[in-house]
Write a protein that binds this ligand. Structure first.
Ligand SMILES: Cc1cc2nc3c(=O)[nH]c(=O)nc-3n(C[C@H](O)[C@H](O)[C@H](O)COP(=O)(O)O)c2cc1C
Length: 373
């Protein structure tokens, strides 16, 4: 990269949120929470390192809005007020180095197991999860209402912890994306049966979150643009969701895809050429035509040239990175200081293979022995 100021390091507004540059750390589960969902000093250290590395916005790994929304025992909680003090320290660690902090709120829906939550997982419909072989139970109408409230309360806690914004996780086959998708939502009541009814859940979650955090607080969403399996959501429906959320006041949309059952989906292997980078780019181009709200693009972006081209061409407004920053938290600073090579991450995906070990690059620290409770 030339030493002239790259577009990657220009400050930019993301709706109501001002970000010091165009690089975002996409939410990455840390797998560091204690069994009660609280987080401790390991999380502070992780986020301090990331913020020092120069990334502009850090979306902290998904936090569950209810205890039965955990996908792993080590998932961070945001389902009661005892979680707030630990999260506050994480936010302080991020702010100390000038980065912004957003909390991602999630419920695992059918992508968890009784071993983790102590009961049968719930979902919009009782559609067997081929990745686990488990069939969830269909949520009742009262449970749907409770769930919407749980997202709202979680967003309120995120604000109380000092986060600069909140991101609603509506991707990767977790609960909200399960409602959006015809693959996982086969209901025939007011929450399913047509695209309009399937997107009602995310709409209501957004409205409740907005009600809880107020009009001026940044609210983002991470959206599956493609479930990456037959019978999944169509890009036309995703565009409609995006348009609706924009109309309601969403600050930004992060584009992703895939779910646990997709053969090739969220976390793709072998991104070893420029052509393979930015594997959800076609969806960004498509959504750009539908909405004017800022778009974040994630998925296989590895080189500064690819990232710059995406921004220069206006295909997306922010570049989100996950695995590259697990291996090299300093990557943004290095690019800023003239490094021209792409991320060292080889996209093997092994960092996602060990759910009960602290987040770790398995290539440079195989086994990570100290990384579990
Ligand atoms: C270890 C690991 C944990 C992840 N945790 C989350 C998460 O908590 N929330 C989320 O939305 N995506 C999560 N992701 C997906 C990433 O945010 C990102 O969408 C995906 O890895 C593709 O981007 P990349 O090619 O830059 O890694 C995770 C990915 C990995 C590898």
């Amino acid at each position: 990269m030339e030493n002239k100021m790259s577009v990657l390091f220009e400050p930019r507004k993301m709706g109501r949120l001002k970000i010091p540059n165009r690089l975002v750390r996409s939410a990455t589960a840390e797998r560091m929470a204690r069994p009660d969902g609280t987080c401790g000093p390991q999380m502070e250290k992780l986020y301090s390192d990331l913020a020092q590395g120069g990334v502009g916005l850090i979306i902290v790994g998904h936090a569950c809005v209810r205890e039965d929304g955990r996908n792993r025992l080590s998932m961070t909680g945001i389902y009661n007020d005892d979680h707030i003090p630990g999260l506050m320290k994480v936010v302080e660690a991020i702010h100390k180095y000038g980065a912004k902090a957003v909390s991602q709120i999630n419920h695992a829906g059918r992508q968890t197991t009784p071993a983790v939550i102590g009961k049968t997982p719930m979902a919009p419909s009782a559609v067997t999860n081929k990745a686990t072989g488990l069939t969830p139970r269909e949520m009742t109408l009262a449970e749907i209402e409770d769930m919407i409230n749980a997202f709202g309360h979680a967003a309120h806690r995120a604000k109380a912890a000092g986060f600069d914004g909140v991101q609603i996780h509506s991707a990767h086959g977790y609960l909200i994306s399960e409602f959006n998708s015809p693959y996982t939502n086969t209901r025939q009541d007011e929450w399913g049966g047509t695209a309009e009814k399937r997107m009602r859940f995310i709409t209501e979650v957004y409205k409740e979150v907005r009600r809880q955090v107020g009009d001026s607080y940044p609210v983002l969403v991470k959206l599956n643009a493609d479930d990456c399996l037959e019978g999944g959501i169509t890009v036309e429906e995703v565009s409609e969701i995006a348009v609706r959320l924009e109309r309601l006041g969403i600050d930004a949309i992060e584009i992703s895809g895939g779910m646990a059952e997709s053969k090739v989906g969220t976390i793709r292997a072998g991104i070893d050429s420029r052509e393979k980078e930015a594997y959800f780019l076609p969806y960004a181009k498509r959504l750009k035509k539908a909405v004017s709200v800022p778009l974040l693009l994630v998925g296989g972006i590895r080189s500064p040239e690819a990232a710059e081209e995406i921004l220069d061409r206006g295909w997306a407004d922010f570049i989100s990175l996950c695995r590259p920053l697990i291996r090299e938290p300093n990557l943004p600073s290095e690019w800023k200081n003239g490094r021209t090579e792409k991320a060292a991450c080889i996209s093997c995906g092994k960092c996602s293979k060990y759910p009960d070990r602290f987040i770790n690059c398995e290539v440079i620290h195989p086994g990570h022995p100290e990384g579990s409770f």
